[in-house]
Design a protein around this ligand. Structure first.
Ligand code: FAD
Length: 563
């Protein structure tokens, strides 16, 4: 019989303990959790704020008693592991209810201590009610404080997943919410042109969204920003980021990677072969970046935990690396991404291009058919897929999951064209979004046409570029780029002679598909310098709207048209 100890009783810890039991009935398994709960749903915590999850206790999935009965695993809650003695292969544990300490020996030790919310020493922080969201106690305390304080406004600092989900759930509970993000955008895994859709969705749903400004201090019931702006607010939620809980490992002399993460090898073994580490406390290898990176997500933590139990039982571990796939709901929109975004690709110096398309997610006749904004990044000249982002009201995760699978299988854009995916009208289109993205990407790679992003239109207008709208009259009347020329596709061949040959022509329709046809007509007629405006008029409107509202700058369209 072996004795296995696990530090941390949630995503990674509980998964490792359960898998260890499945692999052996004999071994002794003890899991230590310093909090009062094991195996709770971190990911559902924000949904308690809106009442989607009705009771805080519903967030706890397994009790220590259930672990004992179902798995014969001893789960010791309110027990903090305070040190590791690698010489004697033992840990020191503190019972937080009695302050007693004791030793426990191990054959193997698994660390899954997670990451703690970062709370920077912002001046005046002691004068305000600040909260972080990590566990059931945190969310219960936050909810109870909101009920007592009855804040006129809640400010959330940080626009990552947790900040965004908290904002949505608090608005749904009827609160006034300000969200402050120091970067120019929320949800940094998306490119700005994509995330502008979500910026609009946040402000349309009443979130007072401030980007590109940083909290510089607090005063009583007040948040002070670097710009000088102040926000009256009685409750402040800090969701700035997380830092690995690696002190225990550090003090035990285990090797540490950058940003304080515990060093592990491809079997998740630390620098001590009898100690493993998984989850938010480690860095993972990203094969696209060819580097180690933080990835605080539940799926990777649980997969690593399973791998550790397997390795302990001499089952070979496969380490394909992690490309970072995630999804988030933002009011009526869903947003998913995988792999690298354009910003990262550019920073890495990879030669690349991308397809940005806005097709319907289902057959248009279906009542819930919606537009889906889809961006696919690929390497040049190989066509290897390196990332994708999808934002829409419908099913984005299916599309991004296909791309994540394709990236893992080292597929190229040519594979996407030929992928045989499920189709019936309520689910998709005969040529799915993913196939369409493959076609467009392949056309770009093989120089069938050229494109520019909608984010360049403002600059092109300032330089009096020739911008051509090929939508029909009704669409033009509903809103168009100020200064653009208009030749509907239905009149295009007859009026082509109006289009200059001596200067570049930038063409758009609503989504980029009809304008592609116009480009082919021009190219077949000897035009060379013609560019499709990726994402079309709808992409442009999304790209401009939030920044126009934020800054009060002049709009470059007569009317926005999102329908
Ligand atoms: P945790 O699950 O955090 O568990 C670590 C545990 O170890 C903690 O409970 C801690 O108290 C305990 N511990 C630490 N040190 C000690 C010690 N010395 N002794 C005893 N116990 C100790 N991921 C997704 O993929 N999708 C989502 O939608 C999503 N939503 C999230 C929403 C919120 C609000 C939060 C906070 C996280 C969310 N995550 C999501 C991230 C996901 O929950 C984490 O990546 C995952 O839980 C990491 O697992 P872990 O085991 O490393 O750490």
């Amino acid at each position: 019989m072996k004795k296995y100890l696990v530090v941390g009783g949630v995503a990674g810890g509980a998964s490792a303990a359960a898998r260890l039991r499945r692999l052996s009935e004999e071994d002794q398994i003890i899991m230590f959790e310093k909090g009062p709960h094991v195996s709770f749903s971190n990911c559902c915590l924000p949904y308690y704020l809106s009442g989607t999850v009705k009771k805080a206790e519903h967030l706890v999935l397994m009790s220590p008693e259930k672990f004992d009965r179902q798995y014969n695993i001893e789960a010791r809650v309110n027990h903090e592991v305070v040190s590791i003695d690698r010489e004697t292969k033992s840990i020191e544990v503190k019972n937080l209810l009695t302050a007693e300490t004791y030793q426990e020996s191990y054959d193997k030790l698994i660390l899954s201590p997670g990451a703690r919310p970062v709370v920077p020493p912002i001046p005046g922080i002691e004068k305000v009610n600040t909260f972080t969201i990590r566990n059931v106690l945190d969310i219960d305390r936050l909810q109870k404080s909101i009920e007592t304080i009855k804040p006129s406004r809640i400010t959330i600092v940080g626009g990552g997943f947790i900040g965004i989900e908290a904002a949505e759930n608090l608005v749904e509970a009827g609160h006034a919410v300000t969200l402050v993000e120091s970067l120019p955008q929320v949800l940094n895994q998306f490119d700005l042109e994509m995330v502008q859709i979500l910026h609009k969705e946040l402000i349309d749903n009443g979130v007072d969204l401030i980007v590109g400004d940083r909290v510089s201090g607090f005063d009583t019931h007040e948040v002070i920003l670097e710009s000088g702006k102040t926000i009256a607010s009685e409750v402040i939620i800090l969701s700035i980021g997380v830092a690995p809980e690696s002190e225990l490992a550090k003090e035990a002399g285990l090797k540490i990677r950058s940003r304080g993460a515990i060093w592990v090898d491809h079997n998740y073994r630390t620098s001590d072969p009898d100690i493993y580490a998984v989850g938010d406390a480690i860095q993972v290898y990203n094969p696209l970046m060819r580097d180690y990176t933080m990835l605080a997500l539940a799926g990777p933590a649980q997969k690593q935990a399973r791998a550790v139990a397997n390795h302990i039982h001499k089952i070979p571990v496969n380490y394909p690396g992690y490309i970072g796939s995630s999804v988030v709901k933002v009011f009526n929109y869903n947003a998913a991404s995988t792999g690298l975004n354009e910003r990262t690709v550019r920073e890495m110096g990879i030669e690349y291009d991308y397809a940005y398309i806005v097709p319907k997610d289902k057959v248009g006749l279906m009542p819930d058919s919606e537009e889906l904004h889809f961006k696919l990044l690929f390497e040049e000249p190989t066509g290897r897929i390196i990332g994708a982002q999808a934002i829409g009201r419908g099913n984005v995760d299916k599309r991004i999951d296909v791309i994540a699978t394709a990236i893992t299988a080292k597929a190229t854009i040519d594979h996407l064209k030929d992928l045989e995916l499920c189709y019936a009208p309520p689910f998709g289109t005969a040529k799915d979004v993913v196939n369409m993205a493959g076609y467009v990407a392949s056309n770009l790679l093989h120089d069938a046409f050229q494109h520019i992003p909608a984010s360049r239109i403002r600059e092109l207008l300032e330089n009096e570029a020739y911008i051509l709208d090929v939508r029909e009259q009704r669409e033009w009347d509903a809103g168009h780029i100020l200064g653009a020329k208009h030749i509907p596709l239905s009149e295009f061949r007859a009026r082509m002679n109006e289009i200059p040959r001596e200067k570049p022509v930038y063409i758009h329709c609503r989504s980029g598909q009809r304008s592609y046809n116009a480009i082919l007509i021009l190219q077949h007629n000897g035009y060379r310098d013609v560019f499709n405006i990726s994402g079309g008029f709808v992409g442009l409107c999304f790209n401009e709207y939030f920044t126009d509202k934020m800054t009060g700058r002049d709009s470059i369209v007569s009317e926005y048209d999102f329908k």
